[in-house]
Every structure is written in structure tokens, then in C-alpha cells.
Design a binder for this molecule. Structure first.
Ligand SMILES: [Zn+2]
Length: 255
């Protein structure tokens, strides 16, 4: 399994980060992608990098007030120096303030991704239409992952046509999430990637707890049941999809 979205750099993991990593390794996670929130987080995030733990760098729309005016310039320097696997997480959030500045930052980061030939990790809340419109208008062709995808099947197909995959996490394990479970059943297999979004969005049985990547097998179980395929099949396809989108090496094969 590849966890395509987990915030293992956050302080909530400072006490026991090594144990969290080991637990998820035992559960079958072989690679992790940790996306950034703001410039202030970059040094600690980059310090976590290993051959299996990949980082993405970006300016998150929810942290709009933390991004300085020359944020894009600073991000570009970090990207050139660090060569992250993706730009992220970036996007639009209708529940966060300052829509106009969010739009500008997002468009500038898509330009930067295009120049650096990097995929993007998208945070999209109640904004799928404007995001799809911008991707289409700018003919964005580097692809990426729509994190915690909660749009429609029709929108899923439009993202897929532009080289995007859809992040599936703890939400699909909750029976009350009827609409999202229906979508997870109907989207093409090529679209699926796994994500924990740790420490957020814990799966069924872990409500109110700090989420960890070791719970990814519960997401696999739910997807397998919904789509009536084996768990091995879900692991195989999501791992393949994540590697293809983010250009990750199969480390076992490289040995
Ligand atoms: Zn996130």
C-alpha cells in the first residue's frame, strides 16, 4: 500500500513518529507521501525525507494568511533545491476566506508545477467546478491526485481524463457516507489511490482518535467490499496508480 496523503510532519506525531511509521510498515504500507501546508512547515517536512517517505511542497489554501507576498518565489526556490515528488497541497476551499487570493495562488502554483513538470496534490472543497475549469483552461497536463475526493462520478471522469487520480480514505469506511461510497463503487479502477490523511479523517472504529497510516487496510477492506473485488486487487491497483501518477519507484524491484 502507498499512503498518498499523510501529515506525518505535524507536531501531533513528534512523540512517537518512529512507532507510527513502524506500525504502518507492519500493516503493509511501503511508501508515504507527506504534503506541505505552508513555508514554515518546509524545513521539518524536508528533514523527514527517506527513500520511502516522499514530500510534496506547496501553499495550502486553508493557510492563506500564512503565505507571504513572495510565497511563490520562495516555493520555487525550495522546489528547485529539493525536487519534491509533487506540488501540494494546493487548491481552492470555498469554506476558507479570501477566494480571490486563493485563486491567484492556485493558478501561480499550477504554472510552477508545469514549469517543474511536477504533478499536483489538490485540496478541493466545494470548488470542483472552478478547479476543473482552471485545469481545462490552462490545459494542465502534469496530472496528480485530488485528495479526499468527494465530487460526483461525472467530475471523477473529467479529472481522470486530465491525468488525475482520486484519493480514497477513511470516509469510505463509514456507512453513513452514502454518496461518497456510491461514487467509490462507480469510478474506474484506474482512478483509485489510497490516503489516510493522518492525523485527520479516521476510519470506522477509530472516531475521535488521531488517525494513522496503519489504518489503511480498513480503507482497502471497504473499497474491496463496495467494488466486489479482492483486497489484493485494491492494493495492487492503487499502488500501481500512485506510482504511475507520482513517478515513484518500486523500491523492492530496485533492490
Ligand atoms: Zn492534507
Amino acid at each position: 500500500m502507498i499512503d498518498t496523503h499523510c501529515h506525518l510532519d505535524l507536531a501531533v506525531f513528534d512523540e512517537d513518529r518512529a512507532a507510527v511509521m513502524e506500525r504502518s510498515r507492519q500493516a503493509g504500507v511501503v511508501q508515504w507521501v507527506v504534503p506541505a501546508l505552508s513555508l514554515a512547515h518546509f524545513p521539518a517536512l524536508v528533514a523527514l525525507r527517506t527513500p520511502e517517505l516522499h514530500v510534496a511542497l506547496g501553499l495550502h489554501p486553508l493557510f492563506i494568511h500564512d503565505h507571504p507576498d513572495d510565497g511563490i518565489g520562495q516555493l520555487a526556490q525550495w522546489v528547485a533545491r529539493i525536487q519534491p515528488v509533487a506540488l501540494g497541497e494546493i487548491g481552492l476551499d470555498a469554506t476558507a476566506p479570501n477566494q480571490e487570493r486563493q485563486q491567484k495562488l492556485f493558478a501561480a502554483q499550477l504554472d510552477l508545477a508545469r514549469e517543474a513538470r511536477l504533478p499536483v496534490l489538490l485540496h478541493v472543497r466545494k470548488c470542483h467546478e472552478p478547479v476543473l475549469a482552471l485545469l481545462q483552461r490552462t490545459a494542465f497536463s502534469c496530472g496528480g491526485i485530488v485528495h479526499a475526493f468527494n465530487g460526483s462520478v461525472q467530475q471523477a471522469h473529467r479529472y481522470l481524463a486530465m491525468g488525475f487520480r482520486l484519493g480514497m480514505g477513511g470516509v469510505v469506511t463509514h456507512e453513513a457516507a452514502v454518496r461518497i461510497r456510491q461514487m467509490a463503487r462507480e469510478v474506474p479502477e484506474e482512478a483509485l489511490v489510497l490516503e489516510s490523511d493522518a492525523p485527520d479523517l479516521p476510519p470506522v472504529g477509530h472516531r475521535g482518535e488521531r488517525n494513522e497510516p496503519c489504518h489503511l487496510p480498513l480503507v482497502v477492506q471497504a473499497l474491496a467490499a463496495l467494488r466486489q473485488v479482492s483486497q489484493a486487487r485494491i492494493v495492487e491497483t492503487t499502488t500501481h496508480n500512485a506510482r504511475a501518477t507520482l513517478g515513484l519507484a518500486d523500491l523492492r524491484r530496485a533492490e
